[in-house]
Design a protein around this ligand. Sequence first.
Ligand SMILES: N[C@@H]1[C@@H](O)[C@H](O)[C@@H](COP(=O)(O)O)O[C@@H]1O
Length: 241
Amino acid sequence: MKVLVEKNYEAISKTAGRIFIESIASKPDIVLGLATGSTPIGMYKEMIRAYEEEGLDFSKVKTFNLDEYVGLSQEHPSSYAYFMDNELFKYININKENTHVPDGKAENIEEYCKRYDEMINEAGGIDIQVLGIGENGHIAFNEPDEALSAGTSVVKLTENTIEVNSRFFDSLEEVPKTAITMGMGSILRARKIILLASGEKKAPVIKRLLNDNKVTTMFPVSFLLLHPDVTIIVDEEAYNG
Ligand SMILES: N[C@@H]1[C@@H](O)[C@H](O)[C@@H](COP(=O)(O)O)O[C@@H]1O
């Protein structure tokens, strides 16, 4: 596991953005694994800047997002599909058909989850995956539990996650209780993984990840210890607390 400690949020966004920009430039039909949450927003801004100022071409890029709330349509302002459109897709020349965010309104949701993993495989697998991290160590929506799904599945969100994510909704009651998430296997199959963390609230989980040499489903991010190509990019607050 490679660890890069940067001064602040702006610096982690620039470093992560640069890795993505260079990857896209060297493989124009790259498959990106994308994440939501506040952390990757600065990195997406860097990618938009590279499109505007350096002419970075997204026309052949394919993307797969990690997760989506069950029950929210793509037009819902708190949905992750809406987030991706407004933080990245609408500013770059990506072909909308090449972007995939799990469908929170899918009719046969179990079938749909299986199909989502197949779609990733059919696209050639994820070349580079960006991840944020929850304050309880979740990645995507893989919450601490006795068992974690290998493939994409529907999961129950913890009270903690519902509360933390309520800032993106008008009220706590509006936050869906379940979500579709890529599974640990889907994530670990990505060829390269970049984990981003910013701010002192993330310091306890980053400390645990870097110091505990143990893999446990009760701390989902610990599965990254098994992956051969993970880079953790953190700011000083997330590193030192
Ligand atoms: N499902 C997402 C995760 O993918 C994300 O990593 C996490 C952290 O979000 P933030 O970056 O806002 O701290 O939030 C949500 O729960």
